[in-house]
Design a protein around this ligand. Structure first.
Ligand code: AMP
Length: 112
Protein backbone atom coordinates (compact mmCIF):
# COMPACT_ATOMS: atom_id res chain seq x y z
CA UNK A 1 0.00 0.00 0.00
CA UNK A 2 1.70 3.19 -1.20
CA UNK A 3 0.94 5.47 1.76
CA UNK A 4 1.50 2.87 4.50
CA UNK A 5 4.35 3.63 6.93
CA UNK A 6 5.17 -0.03 7.64
CA UNK A 7 5.06 -0.97 3.94
CA UNK A 8 7.68 1.72 3.41
CA UNK A 9 9.78 0.48 6.33
CA UNK A 10 9.59 -3.12 5.04
CA UNK A 11 10.68 -1.90 1.60
CA UNK A 12 13.63 0.04 3.07
CA UNK A 13 12.19 3.37 1.92
CA UNK A 14 12.08 4.68 5.51
CA UNK A 15 14.99 3.85 7.83
CA UNK A 16 14.52 1.55 10.79
CA UNK A 17 16.64 -0.41 13.23
CA UNK A 18 16.46 -3.91 11.78
CA UNK A 19 16.32 -6.99 14.00
CA UNK A 20 15.62 -9.59 11.31
CA UNK A 21 14.42 -9.91 7.73
CA UNK A 22 13.47 -12.69 5.35
CA UNK A 23 11.34 -12.94 2.23
CA UNK A 24 8.06 -12.83 4.17
CA UNK A 25 8.57 -10.60 7.19
CA UNK A 26 10.59 -7.77 8.71
CA UNK A 27 11.41 -7.14 12.37
CA UNK A 28 12.63 -3.79 13.75
CA UNK A 29 12.96 -1.97 17.04
CA UNK A 30 10.04 0.22 18.08
CA UNK A 31 10.83 3.94 17.88
CA UNK A 32 9.12 4.54 21.25
CA UNK A 33 10.04 1.46 23.30
CA UNK A 34 7.66 0.45 26.08
CA UNK A 35 10.10 -2.07 27.59
CA UNK A 36 13.90 -2.57 27.61
CA UNK A 37 13.42 -4.85 24.59
CA UNK A 38 10.60 -3.82 22.24
CA UNK A 39 10.53 -4.76 18.59
CA UNK A 40 7.83 -5.19 15.97
CA UNK A 41 7.40 -8.01 13.48
CA UNK A 42 5.43 -7.25 10.31
CA UNK A 43 4.50 -9.08 7.12
CA UNK A 44 6.06 -7.57 4.00
CA UNK A 45 2.70 -7.74 2.27
CA UNK A 46 0.05 -5.29 3.43
CA UNK A 47 -2.48 -6.70 5.91
CA UNK A 48 -4.39 -4.05 7.87
CA UNK A 49 -4.62 -5.86 11.20
CA UNK A 50 -5.47 -9.21 12.80
CA UNK A 51 -9.05 -8.61 11.65
CA UNK A 52 -7.92 -9.08 8.03
CA UNK A 53 -6.26 -12.46 8.59
CA UNK A 54 -7.94 -15.11 6.42
CA UNK A 55 -7.06 -18.50 4.90
CA UNK A 56 -5.39 -16.76 1.92
CA UNK A 57 -2.86 -14.86 4.07
CA UNK A 58 -2.59 -16.74 7.38
CA UNK A 59 0.58 -18.57 6.34
CA UNK A 60 2.65 -15.46 6.92
CA UNK A 61 1.20 -15.14 10.42
CA UNK A 62 2.31 -18.65 11.34
CA UNK A 63 5.71 -17.80 9.91
CA UNK A 64 5.90 -14.60 11.97
CA UNK A 65 5.29 -16.57 15.16
CA UNK A 66 8.07 -19.00 14.21
CA UNK A 67 10.33 -15.96 13.70
CA UNK A 68 9.30 -14.51 17.07
CA UNK A 69 10.20 -17.78 18.80
CA UNK A 70 13.57 -17.89 17.00
CA UNK A 71 14.40 -14.25 17.78
CA UNK A 72 13.40 -14.64 21.42
CA UNK A 73 15.85 -17.54 21.74
CA UNK A 74 18.61 -15.64 19.97
CA UNK A 75 18.07 -12.55 22.13
CA UNK A 76 17.84 -14.68 25.29
CA UNK A 77 14.36 -13.44 26.13
CA UNK A 78 13.21 -15.78 28.88
CA UNK A 79 9.90 -14.02 29.42
CA UNK A 80 8.17 -11.80 26.93
CA UNK A 81 4.80 -10.57 25.74
CA UNK A 82 3.46 -10.59 22.17
CA UNK A 83 0.75 -8.00 21.52
CA UNK A 84 -1.27 -6.91 18.51
CA UNK A 85 -3.67 -3.99 18.85
CA UNK A 86 -6.71 -4.07 16.61
CA UNK A 87 -8.59 -0.81 16.12
CA UNK A 88 -8.12 2.64 17.60
CA UNK A 89 -9.84 1.89 20.92
CA UNK A 90 -7.39 -0.96 21.51
CA UNK A 91 -4.46 1.35 20.75
CA UNK A 92 -3.71 0.59 17.09
CA UNK A 93 -2.01 3.60 15.51
CA UNK A 94 -0.41 2.02 12.42
CA UNK A 95 -2.84 0.11 10.23
CA UNK A 96 -0.44 -2.54 8.95
CA UNK A 97 -0.44 -5.82 10.87
CA UNK A 98 2.30 -5.91 13.48
CA UNK A 99 3.16 -7.91 16.54
CA UNK A 100 4.87 -6.11 19.39
CA UNK A 101 7.45 -8.22 21.25
CA UNK A 102 8.13 -6.73 24.69
CA UNK A 103 10.55 -7.99 27.33
CA UNK A 104 12.84 -7.00 30.17
CA UNK A 105 10.48 -5.60 32.77
CA UNK A 106 7.63 -6.71 35.01
CA UNK A 107 4.27 -6.51 33.24
CA UNK A 108 0.81 -6.29 34.67
CA UNK A 109 -2.19 -8.43 33.80
CA UNK A 110 -4.79 -7.47 32.80
CA UNK A 111 -3.21 -4.73 30.68
CA UNK A 112 -4.38 -1.16 31.20
P1 AMP B 1 0.28 0.33 17.48
O1 AMP B 1 0.05 1.61 18.24
O2 AMP B 1 -0.09 -0.93 18.19
O3 AMP B 1 -0.35 0.43 16.10
O4 AMP B 1 1.83 0.21 17.26
C1 AMP B 1 2.54 1.00 16.37
C2 AMP B 1 3.93 1.12 16.90
O5 AMP B 1 4.76 1.60 15.86
C3 AMP B 1 4.08 2.08 18.08
O6 AMP B 1 4.59 1.36 19.20
C4 AMP B 1 5.08 3.12 17.56
O7 AMP B 1 5.99 3.57 18.53
C5 AMP B 1 5.77 2.37 16.44
N1 AMP B 1 6.33 3.19 15.38
C6 AMP B 1 5.72 4.22 14.73
N2 AMP B 1 6.54 4.72 13.78
C7 AMP B 1 7.68 3.99 13.84
C8 AMP B 1 8.93 4.01 13.14
N3 AMP B 1 9.16 4.91 12.15
N4 AMP B 1 9.89 3.12 13.48
C9 AMP B 1 9.67 2.24 14.47
N5 AMP B 1 8.51 2.15 15.17
C10 AMP B 1 7.54 3.01 14.87
Amino acid sequence: MSDCLFCKIAAGEIPSSKVYEDELCYAFYDIAPQAPTHFLVIPKTHIGSVSEIAPENSGVVAHIFEVIAKLAKELNLESYRVVSNIGEQAGQSVFHLHFHVLSGRDMTWPPG
